[in-house]
Design a protein around this ligand. Structure first.
Ligand SMILES: [Mg+2]
Length: 307
């Protein structure tokens, strides 16, 4: 399985050279010590249910996909869309990258529990609409105080093992069949780029929240507002919507922010990806307006390739 192999390639993160090294930690998401959840999507909405990261294989697969969700070849596959945009957290990967990174960071911190309490207070403020996404995220990062090295540690642990089962094969087949794949996320560009590189999605097609790191110490300095993604995924996507105009474009994600891109006409279709997190509001929106839900990459294949 792709999700259990390791990455050894040096990856240009856009800011620094990141070199994932060493074997990924076995068990991945399940191995994280049980600190409370600290993140939500950009709507401030926690999922109504979160699934285990167990990669259950569906017995009902099509398009030459075997029982483990692995595709054979792109030959004969005809894409439905010119572009497919993937959300990152709980879609491309099995969990929420910020939550995973901060949990690891705070578990190693003697004041981790105290800091987690403070972070949870900011999370609640965000969920109650008492602060903006940017304000809440900045506050949480200031408390957790990540350094660029923590991003590199994250890659060593989780890239590529945290990828959703079959995601590598799906993205490979989409691109081999002529579809252009993008990743748009409310997560951090620096966190996503090595996964993008592993999936052969070039950094020019990865759009997410940029962080300014101290060039000497590698400490978190501030969120960079330049591309609009720290305001919201919708704002960021609005600024690059010309890439998708006039073409059949699908967005796949678990968040209501992902649905908003479709609702606002930036994409022509929406599929709710509910393998890892399922939000009632998103599922209902996808059923009423989009192309429904996919519970696995195998089910997603049935939406993105002509049958
Ligand atoms: Mg997501």
């Amino acid at each position: 399985m792709t999700s259990s192999s390791s990455s050894t390639a040096a990856v240009d993160s856009g800011h620094k050279i990141v070199e994932p090294a060493g074997a990924p930690v076995a068990g991945v998401f399940k191995a994280i010590p049980s600190l409370p959840s600290v993140s939500t999507d950009q709507d401030g909405e926690a999922p109504s249910s979160r699934r285990s990261s167990e990669h259950d294989a569906s017995p009902d697969m099509t398009n030459g996909v075997d029982a483990n969700g692995v595709a054979g070849t792109a030959a004969g596959l005809t894409p439905v869309y010119k572009n497919v945009i993937f959300d990152f957290d709980s879609t491309v990967i099995t969990g929420e990258s910020l939550e995973m990174m901060l949990a690891d960071l705070l578990n190693a911190d003697p004041k981790g529990k105290e800091k987690m309490t403070q972070i949870e207070e900011w999370t609640k403020k965000g969920m109650n609409g008492e602060c903006s996404f940017k304000e809440g995220l900045t506050a949480r990062l200031n408390i957790a105080a990540p350094r660029f090295a923590d991003v590199q540690i994250f890659h060593e642990r989780y890239c590529p093992s945290a990828l959703s089962a079959g995601m590598k094969e799906l993205v490979d087949d989409l691109q081999a069949s002529g579809c252009t794949v993008y990743i748009l996320s409310g997560g951090f560009t620096d966190v996503i780029l090595p996964f993008g590189a592993y999936l052969n999605v070039p950094k020019e097609r990865v759009f997410a929240v940029e962080i300014d790191w101290d060039p000497v110490t590698g400490a978190f300095v501030a969120l960079n507002e330049a591309n609009g993604f720290v305001e919201s995924k919708l704002e960021g996507a609005s600024r690059i919507k010309g890439k998708f105009e006039g073409t059949e474009t699908l967005i796949v994600g678990d968040g209501y922010t992902d649905f908003k891109l479709y609702e606002q006409g930036i994409t022509t279709d929406f599929v709710a990806y509910v393998e890892h997190a399922e939000r009632e509001k998103v599922v209902n929106a996808a059923k009423a307006n989009g192309r429904g839900c996919a519970r696995s990459t195998a089910e997603l294949r049935e939406r993105v390739f002509k049958q």
